[in-house]
Design a protein. Structure first.
Lengths: 265, 262
C-alpha cells in the first residue's frame, strides 16, 4: 500500500512527461461542448493523484495560487467576444452583453487550463526539478534549452540574494529623497545587477572550460525504464483512447442498463 | 627536483589598458607547495588565469615540459586544476555529484569510472554521501570543499588554489588546511594564492611575494620572508600598529595576532 501511494514519485521522469503531455494534448483537442469528456479527464487526473503522496489539501493550496491568474485572463472574454447575446446587464446608460460564444470560450479557457494546472502540480510535486530536466534531456529536447533551465534553477537564488544585498545596502543609507531621485537609484541598482550577473557568467564559463567543457554536457545516466513505467504509460494511453473514442460511454450505458436490469429484478 | 612550472617575462594588461602583470618570472619544483602572497590587486588571480590559458598574456609559460600555446590548453588543463575563490562560480550544476563528475565526463571517461573518481574525490574532502544534495543548499565551508573535489576528480598533478581559506571560520579553515596537507602528502604540486600570512606559515615550502607593482619581488622559505619585516610592510602584508600610552605614541610592527605585550 505504501508503495502504491508513492508510485508516481518512483516513476521515471520521462514516463511522467510523456503520459502527462499525452493527456494535455487530448484535452486541448477536445471541443469544450463535450463537457462530459472533461468530467472523465478530471476523474482520470484524480485517479493519478491517488498514486502519489500529495494530499488533496496540498493540491488545493497550489491550485488556489495559480487559478486566479487564469481567471483574470479569461474574465473579460464573455463581454468582449462578438456573437449571439444570451444575457445582458443594464446599469443606467451602461449595457454589458454576455455572448454565448464568449461564455463557451471562457469555459474553454478555464476548464482546460485548470485541468492542465492540476497535472502540472502533480508532476512538479512528485518529481524534483533536476530529475525533470534530465528527463527532458533524455527525451531529446534541445540541449541548449535544458542547459538554460538548469542554469536558471541553479543561479536564480544566487541572483536574488545579490539583489537583496543591493536593496539592503540602499535602504541602510536611504533617508528619504525626491521621487525622481529614487528612480535614478533604482536604475543604478538594476544596472549594477546586470554587470554583476554578466561578470559572474564570465567566471562560471571560465570554470567550465577549465574542466574541459567544449559545448556538450555529459550526464551520468541513472534512469531506467522499468515495467512499472511501461504499465503506467500504457494505462494512461488506453484510458485516453477510451475517452476520446467515446467507448467509455458505451460501457457506462451497459452499466446503467445493468442497473436497470437489477432494479427490474 | 625537476621544475614543473616555469614562467618567464610574463606581461598582461586588461583590455582597458591597466597593467595587471609586469615582467613576472618564477618557477615551481615538482611536489612543492608554493604560496603566493600579496596585497589586494597585485595580480595574483590574474596570474592563475594566465597559467590556465584563460587569459593570454605575453611571455613564456611552461607546464610539465609543455609550452602553453593555443593548441595544447586542453592537455594542460587535464594536468593542472584551478579552484576559484568563490565556490558559487565553481559549482554550476544542479547537484554536487553532477558538479564533481563534470570534469571526468568531459575528459571522456565512462560513467562508472567518473562516478568512482568523483566519490573518491568527495571522500578526500570529507563530503562522501552528499552527492545528491543541491549545491545551493550547502554551507559556505562545504561549498569550498566540494569546489576542490570538482578539480580533484580529474586527478591533476598541479593544483592552483585562489584564496582557499577566505571567508571560512577557524574550524572550517583548519579542516581545509588538513585537506591541503593530504594533497601535499600525495605528491601534488600546490600553488596557493592568499593574503593570509598564517596559511603560508602552515603549509608553504616556499613563499613568493607579489608587490603592488604587479610582479614578484622576493622568494624564499617562510622564515626568511616573514623575518624580513621591511619587505612585508612595503608590500602591504603587515600593518604598522599605532597606539597611545598616555603622552607617547607607539608605532610598531604587527604580526603576532591581535594581542601583544609591551
Amino acid at each position: 500500500m505504501k508503495y502504491v501511494h508513492s508510485l508516481l514519485e518512483s516513476l521515471d521522469p520521462r514516463s511522467k512527461i510523456i503520459s502527462f503531455l499525452a493527456i494535455i494534448f487530448c484535452m486541448i483537442l477536445t471541443p469544450i461542448t463535450r463537457l462530459k469528456d472533461f468530467e472523465l479527464y478530471f476523474l482520470l487526473i484524480l485517479g493519478i493523484s491517488f498514486f502519489s503522496r500529495i494530499t488533496p489539501v496540498q493540491i488545493m493550496k497550489k491550485l488556489c495560487i495559480l487559478i486566479p491568474f487564469v481567471f483574470f485572463m479569461a474574465m473579460f472574454v464573455p463581454f468582449v467576444k462578438p456573437g449571439q447575446v444570451c444575457w445582458s446587464l443594464k446599469i443606467g446608460y451602461w449595457k454589458l452583453n454576455v455572448t454565448c460564444e464568449g461564455a463557451w470560450t471562457f469555459l474553454n479557457i478555464v476548464v482546460k487550463s485548470s485541468l492542465s494546472i492540476l497535472l502540472l502540480i502533480l508532476a512538479s510535486s512528485t518529481t524534483n526539478f533536476t530529475d525533470f530536466l534530465k528527463g527532458l534531456d533524455l527525451l531529446h529536447l534541445p540541449r541548449f534549452l535544458v542547459m538554460l533551465m538548469s542554469f536558471m534553477y541553479r543561479y536564480i537564488f544566487v541572483l536574488l540574494e545579490e539583489a537583496r544585498r543591493l536593496m539592503r545596502a540602499r535602504s541602510l543609507r536611504y533617508f528619504g529623497s525626491r521621487y525622481m531621485e529614487q528612480f535614478r537609484v533604482l536604475g543604478y541598482m538594476i544596472g549594477m545587477l546586470f554587470i554583476r550577473t554578466y561578470e559572474r557568467a564570465e567566471r562560471i564559463y571560465h570554470a567550465m572550460i577549465l574542466r574541459g567543457f567544449s559545448g556538450e554536457i555529459h550526464d551520468i545516466k541513472h534512469f531506467r525504464f522499468s515495467s512499472v513505467d511501461y504499465l503506467f504509460i500504457a494505462g494512461i494511453i488506453i484510458s485516453l483512447m477510451c475517452i476520446v473514442s467515446g467507448l467509455i460511454y458505451k460501457m457506462e450505458y451497459i452499466k446503467v442498463s445493468n442497473a436497470r436490469l437489477w432494479q427490474g429484478l | 627536483m625537476a621544475r614543473i612550472i616555469i614562467v618567464s617575462n610574463l606581461n598582461y594588461q586588461y583590455p582597458d589598458g591597466t597593467p595587471a602583470l609586469r615582467d613576472v618570472s618564477f618557477d615551481v619544483k615538482e611536489g612543492e607547495t608554493m604560496v603566493i602572497i600579496g596585497a589586494n590587486g597585485t595580480g595574483k588571480s590574474t596570474l592563475f588565469m594566465n597559467l590556465m590559458g584563460v587569459l593570454d598574456g605575453d611571455g613564456h609559460i611552461e607546464i610539465m615540459g609543455l609550452t602553453l600555446t593555443k593548441t595544447n590548453k586542453k592537455e594542460i588543463r587535464q594536468r593542472m586544476g584551478m579552484v576559484f575563490q568563490n565556490p558559487d562560480d565553481q559549482l554550476f550544476c544542479p547537484t554536487v555529484m553532477d558538479d564533481v563528475s563534470f570534469g571526468p565526463l568531459n575528459l571522456g571517461w565512462d560513467s562508472d569510472r567518473a562516478i568512482e573518481a568523483s566519490q573518491e574525490a568527495l571522500a578526500l574532502v570529507g563530503m562522501e554521501g552528499h552527492g545528491s544534495r543541491t549545491s545551493y543548499h550547502l554551507s559556505f565551508g562545504e561549498k569550498k570543499r566540494v569546489a576542490i573535489a570538482t578539480v580533484l576528480s580529474m586527478n591533476p598533478k598541479i593544483l592552483l588554489l585562489d584564496e582557499p581559506t577566505s571567508g571560512l571560520d577557524p574550524r572550517s579553515s583548519s579542516k581545509f588546511i588538513n585537506i591541503l596537507y593530504t594533497l601535499k602528502s600525495q605528491g601534488k604540486t600546490l600553488l596557493i594564492v592568499t593574503h593570509d600570512v598564517f596559511l603560508a606559515q602552515e603549509i608553504a615550502d616556499r613563499v613568493l611575494v607579489f608587490s603592488e607593482e604587479k610582479r614578484p619581488v622576493a622568494t624564499g622559505n617562510y622564515n626568511e620572508i616573514l623575518n624580513n619585516y621591511d619587505l612585508l610592510l612595503k608590500n602591504n602584508l603587515v600593518h604598522q600598529h599605532r597606539h597611545r600610552h598616555n603622552e607617547i605614541v607607539h608605532e610598531h610592527e604587527h604580526r603576532h595576532g591581535h594581542s601583544h605585550k609591551h
